[in-house]
Ligand binder design. Structure first.
Ligand code: EPU
Length: 336
């Protein structure tokens, strides 16, 4: 274990923000992490770096989680139970599952980031959330260095939310995630409009896991920027949930406002639509901007600072609030 000095974090965060780590270490086993924690408690964790906006140099020791490995714990005729270490790339894991005909996460193809962070924000796309396939999460408690298991229930999953964004925040290092996936009778989820359209366009009537994964990849590629080419962190804001009353009031002025029903009293409004309505879609300010195909995604054209992107997000929040009286909540972790 070698601690490196003054390392640029540009390649460790998908926004491509160039800040420095005073000290940096990459760890590839749980044991190494536990050893490290004997001497170092004040650490800053970085995994896939796909859900953070870095705004300044990191003074704490930056610990890059690089623990790899996938194991099949057991299987029966219908299901397979897997444990995947935190440092595995999420999309590569999805591709591996699809190629083995393990079903449940194919709609989550091409989401940037590592397996170890997927439970934190309960990644979701095209009608599927990862919480529905997770059986347990294992983590080191930083204070005691003990390995702790969180059952699915204990993770307290919600829309882009979990215990790891709330009470447990900053107290644990997620080391592995366990999944239950189907081997047959897959519960395919093709209800999301764009997937249905894509499958119909390709004349696919009985889709395989691969067909769905391919459809998702095509949809994402057409809307969402590839972080390797254009820095971004996916959706910057959550889709806000508002009361039906508030929604009805807005509808009188904006007849075409889209929505998804959440409950008898609440609806979710796509934040991308709100950002577009206040004129920010495709706008660029220096190297910080809003993506041209999906207004929910803020982008770094090359050398934007985290602060510039954060300031742009504040401006968007203000404009959306003034026009719709809706407060957009930031989904990405702002490191300041
Ligand atoms: N819309 C616009 N303008 C835009 C973008 C969207 O008007 O620029 C409206 C359209 O009405 C569109 C609707 O928003 O029909 C929904 O857009 P989309 O299907 O792209 O989904 P989203 O609600 O904007 C959410 C997730 C994405 C996920 C997609 C697909 C959140 C915060 N975002 O976006 O997740 O891929 O659904 O399921 O829930 C991410 O979290 O990083 C992410 C990309």
């Amino acid at each position: 274990m070698i601690i490196q000095k003054n390392i640029s974090l540009k390649k460790y965060n998908t926004f491509g923000i160039d800040v420095n780590a005073k000290r940096f270490i990459s760890v590839d086993s749980v044991y190494q992490l536990q050893q490290l924690l004997i001497a170092e408690k004040n650490i800053f964790l970085i995994s896939g770096g796909s859900n953070m906006l870095l705004t300044k140099d990191i003074e704490k020791l930056v610990v890059h989680i690089d623990i790899k490995g996938i194991s099949i714990d057991r299987e029966d005729n219908n299901d397979v139970y897997l444990t995947v270490n935190a440092g595995e790339d999420w999309h590569q894991f999805v591709v591996w599952c699809v190629s083995n005909n393990f079903g449940g996460i194919e709609n989550l193809s091409l989401i940037p980031g590592n397996v170890g962070t997927c439970p934190i924000q309960n990644i979701g796309a095209y009608g599927v959330e990862v919480k529905d396939s997770i059986t347990k999460v294992e983590a080191i408690e930083i204070e005691t260095r003990k390995l702790i298991q969180f059952s699915n229930e204990a993770c307290n999953f919600g829309y882009r939310n979990s215990i790891f964004k709330n009470e447990a925040k900053g107290k644990y290092i997620l080391t592995s995630v366990s999944f239950k996936l189907t081997k047959k009778n897959h519960q395919l989820n093709t209800s999301y409009g764009a997937i249905e359209d894509k499958l119909a366009f390709n004349k696919i009537i009985n889709p395989t896991l691969k067909n769905i994964s391919d459809a998702v990849i095509a949809i994402r590629n057409s809307k969402l920027p590839d972080p390797k080419k254009l820095g971004n962190s996916g959706s910057f804001f959550k889709n806000p949930i508002i009361s039906k009353q508030h929604f009805s009031a807005l509808q009188t002025e904006h007849q075409n406002i889209p929505s998804y029903v959440i409950s008898d009293t609440e609806v979710k409004v796509p934040a991308g639509w709100l950002v577009e309505q206040v004129g920010f879609k495709g706008k660029r300010f220096g190297d910080a901007g809003v993506h041209k195909n999906q207004a929910l995604v803020l982008v770094n054209y090359g050398n934007a600072s985290g602060t510039e992107i954060y300031q742009l997000s504040k401006k968007i929040q203000e404009m959306v609030y003034n026009k719709f009286k809706i407060s957009l909540e930031i989904e990405v972790n702002i490191i300041n």
